[in-house]
Design a protein around this ligand. Sequence first.
Ligand SMILES: [Ca+2]
Length: 337
Amino acid sequence: MAAAYVAAWAGDVVRVLDAETNDLLANISAPGSMDSPYTLALNPAGTRLYAANLNHNNVTVIDTTVNAVITAVPVGDNPRAVAVDPTGTRVYVTNGGASTLSVIDATTNTEIDRDPDVPGIQRIPTGAGPRGVVVHPNGSRVYVANSGDGTVSVIDASTYSLVTTIPAGSSPLYLAISPSGQRLYVTNQTANTVTVIDTTTNTVVGTPIPVGSTPFGIAVNSTGSHVYVANSGNTSGPSPRSVSVIDTATNSVVATISHNQRNASFLAVRGGALPLTTPTPTLTPTPSPTGTATLTPTATATRTPTPTATATRTPSPTATASPTPSPTATPTATPMP
Ligand SMILES: [Ca+2]
């Protein structure tokens, strides 16, 4: 069985779904600590889930084998996105309000200080308003999309220093990297395009690819043949509330999958190319304990089956102890900040 994780940021909860049946398995919360979980990332083993809490300046560490919170690691202002390196020992977090990148040592769940000789924690400078972050499959580079200045920062993962800065489009938000690591794809929120970057030369390939309205999250399939873009939707823009499918052989959109979910902002892809007539499972409404569908913007991460995954599917008592949404949860959709 595979599990899917949903960051229900307006409800201060991470939902655990059965990725096959979409059944709600558990709600994970940490009152006073996990506040507005905005994006999620799993470690390669699928044993740890990291949630960047936009309004609480920390990252929640969750043990996925028991669906329980282990700890929270303080980071910089307004953490937006989180990514785990291929070894599972380093977790990178963009601090959108501080224009820095935090690095967490996943073996100790503490933030790494770039300069121990200077008081406080020195973080890696990025461009303005960093949002998405991805790690090269070989672990050597970290890429950050800087929404405030239209660039992508390339960071050396061994020295935590800036390698170069690459121009992207207007308000680059999130990124995805091909399985080979040779191509980086960046959504440009206000340009309604995707920029393609060659990571061997750190240069832009061709012209930006036109996609739907207000492109947000982006993912590459396991073979690298297709890229999927969540168009979070502005009804006056092109193809609102849709997913654009890009063929990476031609760098052009080969399909646009429409749906009716407002602010469906992130997506995850499992496996190779999907049948183009089937919406991805992550675009279905978030199950709500009240029985009504909520249109809360969500971020998802999907865990592929592992030998240990099927042995620990029973939600822990603590995970099921709070089935009702918090009072701050809103039944109506609000735009992703
Ligand atoms: Ca220091």
